[in-house]
Design a protein around this ligand. Structure first.
Ligand SMILES: NC(=O)c1ccc[n+]([C@@H]2O[C@H](COP(=O)([O-])OP(=O)(O)OC[C@H]3O[C@@H](n4cnc5c(N)ncnc54)[C@H](O)[C@@H]3O)[C@@H](O)[C@H]2O)c1
Length: 357
């Protein structure tokens, strides 16, 4: 089998933590080209990969016809132009989330990729958490019954430190809602279905972070109604002092339905909490072994930190979708749907009213 040549555009944090280790497990892939606007960051990634092609200008990479697929891991503002150019030149594209700064651009990315006939994927990495996958399976086979409530709460302690491009609206679009809540908006769609309307508030409680202006939200809450009648309550904050951050801090999703309740915490990757209607309360439900790794992933679930290594399954899914000429499990349409909710939440907070989706 001939190898797939991959390019990575944006070789900062998430590329080193997630994309490179994930691709390293995919034997049929070679990372051939790298791009980063920062020459020192690019050089560090080049030394790690020995990729023969590298540039600080993404257009140099996209115009090449020896690249088959592109991973975009730049600040959010650059996702749409790079993704659209890549699709138009026939390259499969995985873009980091949030897909864009607004819903129209995200929708255009999905449409252009469909038109070009390339595989497209949004990096909603938490779809690959074993507990999350098992929960989706149980909901799909009816164990929840009629969905009543979706609840998600993501709390981190980022204090008032400078978070670089993430605190600049022109590069990030939004703050906490796009950076963190976008994953939980996607869970909501995945587990319950589309939202019908919402009301939201966003707050910027740290207009200066690390001595530099911050014009993005630190906290967001959404109250939603789903098309199937279920309710949604979603909250996310950078300012939950003392609770730690990343996968060591609280990240919880709860579902209540007519038959049962389920709850999952990202830190408890191999269990759910489960209770039957009228029963004595929640008890632990272990995740069956077949859910510990994504179908088709070469990863050994017994190797590495399970709170990190599930993320590597994302690369395997992208590569397998390219090989099997089928849609990825999480497409640009999923990313665009989450972006539409984000945009509606921002509008709701500005207008102080409910917004229909
Ligand atoms: N899926 C997840 O769980 C997850 C986790 C973290 C970050 N992300 C997303 O990944 C993206 C990158 O985040 P990060 O934490 O790696 O940020 P980062 O700042 O560590 O890395 C971004 C890199 O992009 C480079 N860059 C900036 N403009 C560029 C351009 N025009 N062309 C090429 N390179 C450019 C920067 O020099 C930097 O090295 C963001 O969209 C973020 O939301 C997703």
């Amino acid at each position: 089998m001939s190898k797939l040549n991959f390019a990575i555009i944006g070789t900062g944090g998430i590329t080193l933590q997630n994309h490179l280790p994930g691709l390293a497990l995919c034997k049929e892939v070679q990372v051939t080209a790298l791009c980063d606007a920062n020459a020192a960051t690019l050089e560090a990634a080049r030394q790690k990969t020995n990729a023969p092609i590298y540039s600080t200008n993404w257009e140099d990479i996209i115009r090449r016809d020896d690249i088959h697929a592109v991973i975009i891991a730049t600040p959010n503002a650059f996702h749409p132009p790079i993704a659209i150019a890549a699709a138009r030149s026939g390259k499969h594209v995985l873009s980091e989330k949030p897909l864009a700064l607004n819903a129209a651009d995200a929708r255009q990315m999905a449409e252009e990729a469909d038109k070009a006939g390339v595989r497209h994927m949004t990096a909603f990495t938490y779809r690959f958490v074993p507990a999350m996958r098992y929960l989706h399976h149980l909901v799909g086979k009816g164990d929840l019954g009629k969905p009543y409530h979706y609840r998600s709460c993501r709390l981190q302690d980022w204090g008032t430190r400078n978070v670089g491009w993430r605190q600049q609206k022109k590069l990030a679009g939004t703050g906490e809602i796009g950076d963190m809540l976008s994953h939980r908006i996607d869970f909501a769609h995945h587990l319950i279905g589309p939202m019908k309307r919402l009301v939201a508030n966003l707050m910027n409680l740290t207009p200066i972070r690390g001595g530099a202006p911050n014009d993005t939200d630190d906290w967001v809450a959404i109250l939603a109604e789903f098309s199937n009648g279920a309710s949604g309550v979603l909250e996310s904050s950078k300012l939950a002092s003392g609770v730690n951050e990343s996968w060591r801090s609280p990240d919880r999703v709860e579902l209540n339905g007519s038959e049962a309740s389920f709850s999952f915490t990202t830190g408890c990757w191999n269990e759910l909490q489960f209770g039957k209607v009228g029963g004595p309360g929640l008890k632990t439900l272990p995740i069956p072994r077949e859910f510990h790794v994504w179908p088709g992933s070469p990863r050994d679930p017994g190797v590495g930190d399970p709170l990190v290594s599930f993320r590597y399954d994302q690369a395997a899914e992208f590569v397998n979708a390219i090989r099997e000429q089928r849609p990825c499990s999480v497409t640009f349409h999923d990313g665009a749907n989450a972006q539409a909710v984000t945009e509606a939440a921002v509008k709701s907070a500005e207008l102080k009213q409910w917004i229909d989706l």
